[in-house]
Design a protein around this ligand. Sequence first.
Ligand SMILES: C[S@@+](CC[C@H](N)C(=O)[O-])C[C@H]1O[C@@H](n2cnc3c(N)ncnc32)[C@H](O)[C@@H]1O
Length: 598
Amino acid sequence: MEMRGEENIEIGEDITPPLLPLSFSLHDSFRSSHCSSCFSPLSSPSHPSHAPLYCSAACSSSHSAIASSSSESLLPPSSPLSSELRTALRLLLSLPSLCPHLRRFNNGLLTNHHKLSSSPEFATQIRQGAIAMAAARKSRNGDCVLDQSDSVLLEEAVLCLVLTNAVEVQDEAGRSLGIAVYDPNFSWINHSCSPNAGYRFSVSPPNDTSFGEDSSSTLRIVPSISEDESGVCSCSDYMEGAKGYGYGPKIIVRSIKRIKKGEEVCVSYTDLLQPKAMRQSDLWFKYQFTCSCRRCAMDEANKKLSDYVDKTINEFLSVGDPESCCMKLESVLSLGLQIEQIEHGDGKSHLNVKFHPFHHVALSAYTTLSSVYRIRSSDVLALHSRTDESLFKAFDMSRISAAYSLLLAGASHHLFCLESSLLASAANFWKQAGDSLLSLARNRVWNSLGFLVSDLSTVVKYKCSKCSLLDISAAEFFSQAERANVENISSDFLACVSNMAPMIWRFLINGCHYLETIEDPFDFQWLALLNRDEEHDGFVNESSSFEHRAELYTNERRIHIYKVGIHCLMYGVILAQICYGQNSHFTPILNLGEYFVN
Ligand SMILES: C[S@@+](CC[C@H](N)C(=O)[O-])C[C@H]1O[C@@H](n2cnc3c(N)ncnc32)[C@H](O)[C@@H]1O
């Protein structure tokens, strides 16, 4: 069974009225400080006692008869699962004629008996709990000892029902006061690690108009039979059979995302801040199911994507086919991987997963692509005669290599701003981006178009009017004061290169389908607007269509490539000096002249 939206529901709306529990119990540690009937704090907490305590005569008169007839006082003191055992004994009172073999009781709640008892550890706990319950029931009826032949199947099934359906009742401070089992309107809601609903409790003495309860809220979710149960049962029979005692801590379910009519409503059964492995093991330990929600499938898919990228890189390192490596990496970056997802109760669906540009595997793919395009560029020049065509082809490869270096530097910058210990990586990526762009500005292609390398010497002494980086470059190394001012230098630098990026980015990425989906290598705000499911239809291969339009190759563009390159190099050097000091062999030596030797 599952619950679905009966209508379109907006975010932040109550989707059930306050629901009363079918059965509940305080945890042992709150039995002397809280009312056993309504869970509100007692005005004068008592010494720990085995007997339930109440906040008012009303609570005492409604609940004490149930507590005594459920025979819970005859349970062994402080047994494991004691609140579950009390809840189960109280539930047995309201479920008179039961068939313990049923998967569901006549109140519609799943027992999950077979699943829970398939774990040997759980099975022992359930069996021991059921024996304690059966012994308490028997001795209340005047029988003395439970004998070996007595069946405890009913007790086991009710205890499993409680373990499967009970929720922890929390107070405003987030403390778990006890547990409660609610009717199918709540208990048929399945779990998701990316749920669209949450719940809160209303804990207050009877007749108190409690805070947080909206008496006008109605039930806006409806039961639906999941695939595995279709044909076995009907929801309405069960809803009739669900009866509680008419008091106790109430629960209210609320949408935390927009829910479409007919969409499954899910809450979380575990701490969502935990990583997938911990969430999965917690769910398995408590409920014996493996979650296959979208968030879990994404984690799985990310692993598959990472494995695919690692395999491609390893293949390249051993077989050395640069073209196939670029094709495969760019294909997976553009198109993602189709992952088959098995959703709870919904059969199979497909999930298309792509890397976020900041994902560590995407960064490793960019590093590889930048090197492999550089290798391809040298290969073209080495293997073909230096015709104009091969010069342009080699230039295209260098251009794309430089674009990947720049993207890598831009993405690493954002990570470095969040986690400053990434300084060394950021230094290295900026330095490489600078090197690639400066080499690109010196590429022979410009010569063949009539722009001489010596033209660039006019801009060697170029001073940037927007940031101080290039003033500093006159010195061989940055002073301590300059290094201490790195935050300001960083933000001025980024503002400066972001300003120049539009002049060169489209040119650098021209013809590379994956890079063409990246709007800006420094400012990633466009990511928020991108429809990640959008299909991209290709990737770079040998025959892809670079546009060799003459108007793209202007001296102005080349000078911008040079200027961005010089900024990146300077910034990489200042970061490296902070990281390693100026005399280390890890710190590049500033020798700008080397970029302009004819
Ligand atoms: C409180 S019940 C939820 C309603 C339940 N589906 C039913 O049919 O009554 C909890 C049980 O539902 C099943 N369940 C809940 N969420 C699930 C999920 N995401 N995947 C698989 N099983 C799930 C598990 O068997 C779990 O023990």
